[in-house]
Design a protein around this ligand. Sequence first.
Ligand code: TXA
Ligand code: MG
Length: 347
Amino acid sequence: MAREERGTLVLDAALPGDMARAADILRAGGLVAFPTETVYGLGADGLNPDAVRRIFVAKGRPADNPLILHLDGPEMLGRVAQHIPAQAERLMAAFWPGPLTLVLERRPEVPDAVTAGLDTVAVRCPDHPVARELIAEVGRPLAAPSANRSGRPSPTRAEDVLEDLAGRIDAVLDGGPTGLGIESTVLDLTVDPPALLRPGGVPLEDLREFLPRVVAVGEATGPVRSPGMKYAHYAPRAYLVLVEGPEEAVAAEIRRLAAKYRQDGRTVAILAVTGQAYPGETVLRLGPPGHWHEIAASLYRTLRELDRRGIEVALAEGIPRAGLGLAIMDRLERAAREVISTGGTKC
Ligand code: TXA
Ligand code: MG
């Protein structure tokens, strides 16, 4: 018998009976969270508008934010997208299954609830056996945003999903922790030049080998970096300050801020990615310096850990915006209430 938590079934992806049950719930228009190689997704039958609408209610997600359709392979693509450009075929051959989402021209069969009324649709083929098997068993594309309450860090474990959504969704299919830990790269191929809408698991440098003219929207316009700015994304309850610049200057600023906030009576933790020493401080190390995969994999879990420990102020070290670092910094910036550039040159 599967366990229930506050009315949400906890299914085990290793049990064939549980996989079949998850597929049944989805076919009947229910909501099932499932693992992908990036983060857990909150799945619904992507061609059933009522089921898709339930996703927005469960997450508290604004209806104007469209969803990604998850496919079990390029063969399913023709059911949801049309006029697929040759460059899409090349990218799919190179990066699918994997963390690359392509924005393409939609087919009319795709519900407006999925695309938020846009004439485009976002699609990806996840590189996770549980996700692929589930989609194949349902036999339809699954609409799936990250399975967190809107604004919270994305879930990388079934328990993170339950923390946010128990009692609000029918089931979570537990397939263990996700490997990559950060969402897919979102690339819009309906504009010329192609536009990177969200940095993610496939680095921009890898895309450039196929699309030399790709423009990074964030990079092109320059992220807002003023103190006091407020992003409602990926955010822990803790007041997060991101400090960027040369390593020594960042460490010095973080030591100064830690002392200041502690003096104000706040509990402080440091999110560290370099080998800098912070004697006497609570340090949550995201990974060893330069190990970007490990840092990405621990990022959201660590942001949630801050809340579990009741940390009030988190001071995060910035990293170079190269490779996976571009996506990691994007998430840290959006989670931060304040971004401080220190020591002149940016890192
Ligand atoms: O790794 C991922 O992509 C995860 C897993 C579960 O697959 N999913 C995910 O979904 O991160 P979500 O909903 O949290 O983020 C989807 C992003 C949003 O930024 C959304 O605005 C964008 O993709 N998006 C979806 N459809 C779009 C469209 N037609 N045009 C432009 N952007 C779109
Ligand atoms: Mg999300």
